[in-house]
Design a protein around this ligand. Structure first.
Ligand code: GTP
Ligand code: MG
Length: 197
């Protein structure tokens, strides 16, 4: 799929203020700093569309980007950023959970996982919560450029092994690098196929 237009529409903390209409949307979630905003820029070929930062906790709001005038990409705040303090973490958690549970247009959630790390409890628990609530999701292993091929494969297999303890059927997964533009075609094709059905 070609991206012919990508426009920022609105930032929110309130799911009720998200754009009206029936266009399908695809949201990106994961721990702070995992690369959600960078991935949106890579997919859309627009460097400064979503705000990125080397410091975790950059995205604090629900951000809607209108793509090809018929679907949305949604950038969400990261979870689990300790330096925000408990109150801050709880606020972000509420924004994320309300969006995920209440946003009917949300067609698929991409859960981003840092491919350099061992399976993290916070991610596994989050995906368990998605399962309990019947939320459709897929996984994207990010920052693949930071690892050598063998190590990358090992980490991803370890993750999938851990997930198979939790899930009878594994969700679809992708490998990405926003530096090398890895995964772009696969992720866009996946979205295109869902949009068609
Ligand atoms: P929050 O909004 O804080 O939750 O973070 P985020 O998940 O949106 O992460 P963001 O896209 O802002 O990226 C965080 C840092 O990781 C930035 O310094 C990016 O340049 C870097 N980064 C993101 N993706 C990649 C990648 O694929 N490869 C490499 N090498 N760096 C990446
Ligand atoms: Mg961000």
């Amino acid at each position: 799929m070609e991206i012919t237009s990508a426009e920022f529409v609105i930032s929110n903390t309130d799911v009720k203020k998200c754009p009206a209409g029936i266009f399908p949307e695809y949201a990106f979630i994961g721990r702070s700093n995992v690369g959600k905003s960078s991935l949106i820029n890579m997919l859309t070929n627009r460097k400064g569309l979503a705000m990125t930062s080397a410091t975790p906790g950059k995205t604090m709001l629900i951000n809607h980007f209108f793509i090809n005038k018929n679907w949305y990409l949604v950038d969400l705040p990261g979870y689990g950023y300790a330096r925000r303090g408990q109150k801050g973490k709880d606020q972000i958690r509420t924004i994320i959970e309300d969006y995920i549970l209440e946003r009917e247009q949300m067609t698929n959630l991409f859960v981003l996982i840092d491919s350099r790390l061992e399976p993290q409890k916070i991610d596994l628990e989050f995906m368990e919560w998605l399962g309990e609530n019947g939320i459709p999701f897929s996984i994207i292993f990010t920052k693949a450029d930071k690892l050598k091929g063998g190590r990358l494969k090992m980490n991803i297999n370890a993750y999938l092994r851990e997930l198979s303890k939790q899930w009878e059927e594994l969700p679809p997964h992708f490998i990405s690098s926003s530096e090398d533009r890895l995964g772009r075609t696969d992720i866009l094709n996946y979205i295109e196929n869902i949009n068609k059905n």
